[in-house]
Design a protein around this ligand. Sequence first.
Ligand SMILES: C/C(=C\COP(=O)(O)O)CCC[C@H](C)CCC[C@H](C)CCCC(C)C
Ligand SMILES: Nc1ccn([C@@H]2O[C@H](COP(=O)(O)OP(=O)(O)O)[C@@H](O)[C@H]2O)c(=O)n1
Length: 325
Amino acid sequence: MAIGTKVSVGVMVAASSLANCRTTLSLVQFHLPLLRPRLPSAGPLHNLPLAHVSNLIKSGYCIQTSQEKNNYTRSCKQRAFFGDGGLELHDAGATALVVAGAYTLVSTFDKLTSANLIQQNLSRKLVHILSGLLFMASWPMFSTSTGARYFASLVPLINCLRLIVYGLSLAKDEGLVNSVTREGKPEELLRGPLYYVMILILSAIFFWRDSPVGVVSVSMMCGGDGIADIMGRRFGSLKLPYNQQKSWAGSLSMFVFGFLISIGMLYYFSALGCFQLDWSCTVQRVALVSLVATLVESLPTTGIVDDNISVPIASMVTAFLSFGY
Ligand SMILES: C/C(=C\COP(=O)(O)O)CCC[C@H](C)CCC[C@H](C)CCCC(C)C
Ligand SMILES: Nc1ccn([C@@H]2O[C@H](COP(=O)(O)OP(=O)(O)O)[C@@H](O)[C@H]2O)c(=O)n1
């Protein structure tokens, strides 16, 4: 075989011991750089003498279950392409790209607001809607390594630090203040915007693209709550009986757009193979999450707890109980 070309290698196993293997030993076809030692020819490992398999384990190979095989195959392909250290480089590059995207988004709306092309309130809401949804949409850019979610969470973490620095007026960034606050006061950055990015950090780390819970919760906070504000301000003449600050138009918009955006984001991740869903159940579950989130958002609790905490937390709890993971 020519050096440097990738070859198909018959057999690979990884991760658990012989005793713990829950499925038959796996045969996996994938490409590895030639430099790795040539492995036994293709064939089920259980045909090999145990002594030979244990030698494989001693030399760094071990047995994998079918799920580990799939995960391992995928990460092997990535390692084969990027090399062992390549996954971190891949994730660092994706992080830098998304951080740049965040900065571009906020500065774009600052320029639109400064040029009086859009009102400050609308600018804030559009940043509210787009930031989290685009951040979530960037998750498939990251690698399949276990550290990818932590790299991704650096994006909202950097913005969290940015909000704290400028919110405490340790430095000035009028563009940021103008595009994400109601009244242009720096201290406003320490409330809604700060809670918002903290929820993004939690969703990336604890749910990531492996679970529909984070996807639905961020969709409700960004899409649902964001559009409720826009529609409620414009068409919200008929107020809710238990909250004169909120309207039927705003709440109905939150339910409908929160539901639609959640379904859309779930379809996006499902189509990319991040998880598989039974759509007949999923539609009902998302409708339940959207209803609970809409009811929580409609409550007269603005002075007690910010919507950017109550809406996503209520969504996470409801989604976790109904999806189960
Ligand atoms: C305006 C925001 C929250 C205020 O909410 P509310 O008070 O109206 O209820 C959102 C603040 C966004 C933050 C400054 C920037 C977040 C960037 C995000 C983590 C990454 C986006 C990346 C993407 C590629 C644009
Ligand atoms: N369910 C809702 C939500 C907001 N709104 C309108 O949007 C405005 C801002 O809503 P909000 O206080 O929830 O705003 P944020 O805390 O989300 O920034 C409200 O004062 C209402 O005029 C509504 O009419 N109905």
